[in-house]
Design a protein around this ligand. Structure first.
Ligand SMILES: [Zn+2]
Length: 281
């Protein structure tokens, strides 16, 4: 199939998708065709496809996986999640059985990774780790409530990581385009989200710093970017005030790290406590 025909199909959309996919299923998928499929998937989005087309599309993804083609972004509905579990059990688990047997009865992670619940952050993706290598705590806005203030399990998870697992490093990782931070800066948009609004009160200091940036004349995007970084520093200060962390910090047995991950560029900036500034990793 010629590139121009593929492009025409993308423009025409929808019904011709099935024809295109059927052709792709019979053998090698040319990179340009894979790119076309990716564009087409983005164009149509899974939820707009009829059920039959979704099933064929999943077959295409499987073929692309097997041929080493990169798979395009798609929204995971429940059907795709279940298909993913079956694929994991059939392929990944079998090929990495030794790892899972080793992990079956114990874990020894050395790093606690605290980050936002945002779906775009793949903790093992960013760090190129494997199951068993990172202890992860996630919530909206990568927040660590002050001692005694968090009934959501944050303090318990951190205490377990520090005292039971003996982690040596704790990373708090914020990220670009963080919805929690945007909500914090625009509380009027949280009228219908009372639990989110209450939770973000643990980042009140961040909101105060943002108000200062606004007063200094920063524009909206700059304020958001600054607030994402400020929030990491604020939450690091909360973290270091937890009794379980305070103990090991005073003994020099643990290191704290502040990171911000940029979703668009893949860059990670880290906070230098001495210079009070951010640098690329
Ligand atoms: Zn976020």
């Amino acid at each position: 199939m010629k590139w121009s025909a593929v492009t025409a199909t993308i423009k025409e959309g929808r019904l011709r998708l099935l024809v295109l996919i059927s052709q792709m299923l019979f053998g090698y998928i040319h990179p340009r065709t894979a790119k076309a499929l990716t564009d087409l998937a983005l164009h149509l989005r899974n939820e707009e496809l009829p059920e039959a087309a979704k099933r064929v599309w999943n077959q295409v993804l499987t073929v692309m996986d097997a041929s080493g083609q990169s798979t395009p972004f798609r929204n995971l509905g429940m059907q795709e999640v279940l298909a993913g579990v079956r694929k994991f059990q059939r392929k990944v688990f079998r090929s990495e059985q030794d790892l899972f047997h080793r992990l079956a009865h114990s874990q020894h992670p050395e790093v606690l990774f605290i980050t936002c619940s945002d779906s775009r952050i793949g903790t093992l993706h960013i760090t190129q780790g494997h199951p068993g290598e990172l202890f992860v705590l996630r919530n909206a806005g990568n927040i660590v409530p002050l001692p005694g203030n968090g009934m959501g399990g944050e303090e318990a998870s951190i205490e377990y990581a520090v005292k039971a697992l003996g982690v040596k490093d704790i990373i708090i990782c914020g990220h670009s385009d963080c919805g929690a931070i945007k909500g914090l800066l625009h509380p009027e948009k949280l009228n219908k989200l009372p639990s989110v609004a209450a939770w973000l009160s643990h980042a009140a200091e961040t909101a105060m710093l943002a108000a200062r940036h606004k007063h200094e004349g920063l524009d909206e995007q700059a304020i958001i970017a600054a607030a994402i970084k400020d929030n990491v520093v604020v939450q690091l200060s909360h973290l270091s005030s937890l009794p379980c962390v305070k103990d090991v910090l005073s003994q020099g047995k643990i290191n704290l790290h502040g990171w911000v991950y940029n979703i668009e560029t893949g860059e990670v900036e880290h906070y230098n406590f001495h210079l009070k500034s951010w640098r690329k990793l």
